[in-house]
Design a protein around this ligand. Structure first.
Ligand SMILES: Cc1ncc(C[n+]2csc(CCOP(=O)(O)OP(=O)(O)O)c2C)c(N)n1
Length: 549
């Protein structure tokens, strides 16, 4: 066991790292510890009032940290053991990379002395994670620079485009000579936009008669969101949101025109544009289909994009809020009529509607709508976390968001197993609002252990499982292929029973009346609850055709 070396001044490496995390505004550390440095770090963090949240699996822990980062605007932190801990965290890190979340992964590592002989559990952590990390560093004993190294990594993670970073720790119980903890600067908000690019952008906006704005993940920043709404209202133009920007323009807003994925469902309104204004929309948010529109693009973003679907005519990169504010100032009204925008919105919703449920279960659309109706009845205002799968289409279309962060999703990576850990993190972040996790049964099975995490924490979380005993999104794509039995599905599982066994409230619903009653009961519970609801997947194929073309 590492023991602190006394007789030297300054902090231990673990203390210096914990101080740097706290100075950067990290809210809590998630993870699954190993026996080495991660234990030192948990203890040092505890003394500094920084709680540790034990997850059941490392990728879930990274998703929790990434979600906390998205919601707080501060870096997320997660600690894992060396070897398998890092391996298990890799998919979470890929999520953080492609969903632009500033997460610091703190991984136990071998000391220099151990590296001379150790093979067991050793692989090159930084090499394995290189494609999904912006930077990586090590703290090895004894190091007086642990605080500074941590602060530098956190700054890099927060610098646009935000990204995960890796810090390998060994021997951090040792006291360094001195370890001053520098203040971690927040992302440089507020810098004025480049005058030439701004002038070009202004000209484009002024000359456009029918602009359409697409808000993306970078516009969830509160100042950017406020400025974006001012710009849209000044232009009186349709505004669409990506999945991650749900709520940047509220679904109930007169100028809200739908969700933009780059697919077919939103094409009619986009096709009428004479200017497409991408506002903080990262190309990672669009589905891999060729760009459909001829209108020139004005690209506003926090940082240049390495790859575009279509090269923008004008680009303005830097802090988003000042750029949007500068464009809103003096922006003239477009020729769009609100009635035309309302017609587009209604037609978009109609195209994506699910058919009524059948013998197999409820309409997926009704599962979403009824969940929101039940929240209103209960006076509840939970954030909603959505998993990857066919159920995400009704969830992202029919869940009505009002503010950024109302809907959480893995979109850049689109990983299954997201909704449950994200919901837990959202409920910890804001216990008053709590969270709903909307998940397919396949996605839930990938993160099932986190039901135990939710139960142990007692968080206000309701998981709604769209139970169709299959990987429906993949089933839709099988076409005429003759697949063996069991390739895309399984015997129906009793998730309510699983939830009860793990210490939460578990309920099962097989019709609308039963579902409404189960939701009421779940939403009035003080701790976590799970509603296992049978859904009829029959209308997914038509929905995905309407969505993607
Ligand atoms: C980790 C991971 N593995 C595989 C996939 C590919 N994939 C996307 S959706 C899906 C099926 C999801 O099934 P389920 O969770 O039951 O939701 P449903 O489609 O039935 O709504 C699969 C396998 C993925 N996105 N993420």
């Amino acid at each position: 066991m590492d023991t602190p070396t006394h007789g030297q001044t300054g902090l231990t490496g673990a203390e210096a790292v914990a101080e740097a995390l706290r100075a950067a505004g990290v809210a809590r550390i998630f993870g699954v510890p190993g026996g080495g440095s991660s234990l030192d770090l948990i203890a040092a963090a505890k003394v500094r009032g920084l709680p540790f949240v034990l997850a059941r699996q490392e990728t879930a822990a990274v998703i929790m940290a990434a979600t906390t980062a998205e919601l707080s605007g501060r870096p997320g932190a997660v600690l894992v053991t060396r070897g398998p801990g890092v391996g298990n965290a890799a998919n979470g890190m890929a999520h953080a990379a492609l969903d632009r979340a500033p997460v610091l992964l703190l991984a136990d590592a071998f000391t220099e002395a151990e590296r001379a002989y150790a093979n067991h559990q050793y692989f090159d952590h930084a090499g394995m994670l290189a494609p999904v990390t912006k930077s990586a560093a090590q703290v090895t004993a004894p190091s007086g620079a642990a605080g500074a190294i941590t602060a530098t990594l956190l700054r890099q993670a927060m610098a646009p485009p935000r990204a995960p970073v890796l810090l390998e720790l060994s021997g951090i119980a040792t006291r360094g000579t001195s370890a001053p903890v520098p203040q971690t600067g927040q992302a440089t908000d507020g810098a004025a936009p480049d005058p030439a690019a701004l002038a070009a952008a202004r000209r484009m906006v002024t000359e456009a008669r029918r602009p359409v704005l697409v808000a993306g993940l970078e516009a969830t920043d509160p100042a950017a969101c406020a400025a974006l709404r001012r710009l849209v209202e000044a232009l009186g133009c349709p505004a669409l949101v990506t999945y991650k920007a749900k709520g940047v323009m509220p679904d109930a807003h007169l100028l809200f025109a739908g969700v933009f994925t780059g697919g077919a469902a939103e094409a009619p309104v986009m096709a009428e544009a004479d200017l497409i204004l991408l506002a903080g929309a990262d190309p990672v948010e669009f589905i891999p289909q060729p760009w459909r529109y001829a209108a020139p693009i004005l690209d506003l973003g926090t940082a240049p994009r390495p790859l575009h679907y279509r090269a923008p005519a004008v680009a303005l990169y830097g802090p988003l809020a000042p750029a949007l504010e500068a464009l809103a100032e003096g922006a003239a009204r477009s020729t769009w009529a609100v009635e035309a925008i309302a017609a587009h919105r209604a037609a978009w919703r109609a195209r994506l509607a699910n058919a009524p449920g059948g013998n197999h279960g409820l309409s997926p659309q009704r599962v979403v709508e009824m969940a929101q109706e039940a929240c209103r009845r209960a006076g509840a205002d939970p954030r909603v976390a959505v998993d990857a799968g066919a159920h995400m289409f009704p969830a992202t279309t029919f869940w009505q968001a009002e503010r950024p962060g109302d809907l959480l999703i893995s979109n850049g990576l689109a990983t299954m197993g997201f909704a449950l850990p994200a919901g837990i993190a959202a409920a910890l972040h804001d216990p008053r609002r709590g969270a709903l996790a909307l998940t397919g049964d396949g996605g839930l099975l990938m993160a099932l252990g986190e039901l135990a995490t939710a139960a142990a924490l007692g968080v206000k979380l309701t998981a709604v499982v769209f139970n169709d005993a299959s990987l429906s999104l993949i089933d839709i794509k099988k076409d005429r292929r003759d697949l063996p039995d069991g390739a895309l599905g399984w015997p129906e599982a009793d998730f309510a029973g699983v939830m009860r066994a793990l210490g939460g409230l578990g309920l099962r619903a097989r019709d609308e009346a039963g579902y409404a009653a189960a939701l009421d009961q779940a939403l009035s519970a003080t701790g976590p609850a799970l509603v296992d609801v049978a859904v009829d997947p029959g209308s997914y194929p038509a929905q995905i055709r309407a969505l993607r073309g």
